[in-house]
Design a protein around this ligand. Sequence first.
Ligand SMILES: [Zn+2]
Length: 163
Amino acid sequence: MSIPICAICAKTGVLCNACESKLAKGQITAMDVEVAKIFYESEMEGTGFERALDTGEYIIILAKKENIGKIIGKGGDNIRMISKKLGKKVRAIGTESLQDTIRDFVAPAQISSVNKVYRPDGTKVTRIRINKGDKKRLRMDIKEIERLVSSLTTDKIEISFDE
Ligand SMILES: [Zn+2]
C-alpha cells in the first residue's frame, strides 16, 4: 500500500523531516497529510491512495482502482466517515489510466467519445465528449473537471458535450 506520507507520520500525526520537506516543496499537500491521518485513525491503514485534492466543494481522493472500493466502503460507510471528518463532500477517483480518471470524474454522466487529435502546432489533445443528456448528472462543471484532470497529467484535455 502507499500513501503520500510515511506510515509513522500518518500514525503520530507529526511529520518527520522527510515528509516535512516534501510538504515544503509542494510535492504533497496539507490535504494529503490530513487524509493519510484519517486513514490511519480509521483502521484503513491497509488502503493506499495517491493524492488528495481540495477543489473547494469536494475533496478528491485519487487512488488505484483496487483501492477505490475500500475507500468507499460498505454501502459508502468509509467515504461518509471521511467526508464527516473533513467537513466536505468526498469523491474517490481511480488513476489507472487517464480515461479511467476522466470517467470517474464525470460519473454518473457517460463519456460518449474520446479522440486524440493534434493541434496545428503539434500538441496532442485528448478530446472527451459527454452525452448532452447527461449534463444534469455531472457533479462538477466540465471546466473544473478539465482543470483538475490537467493538473494530474501532462496531457492536454478538452471536455465538451455532444452536439
Ligand atoms: Zn514521514
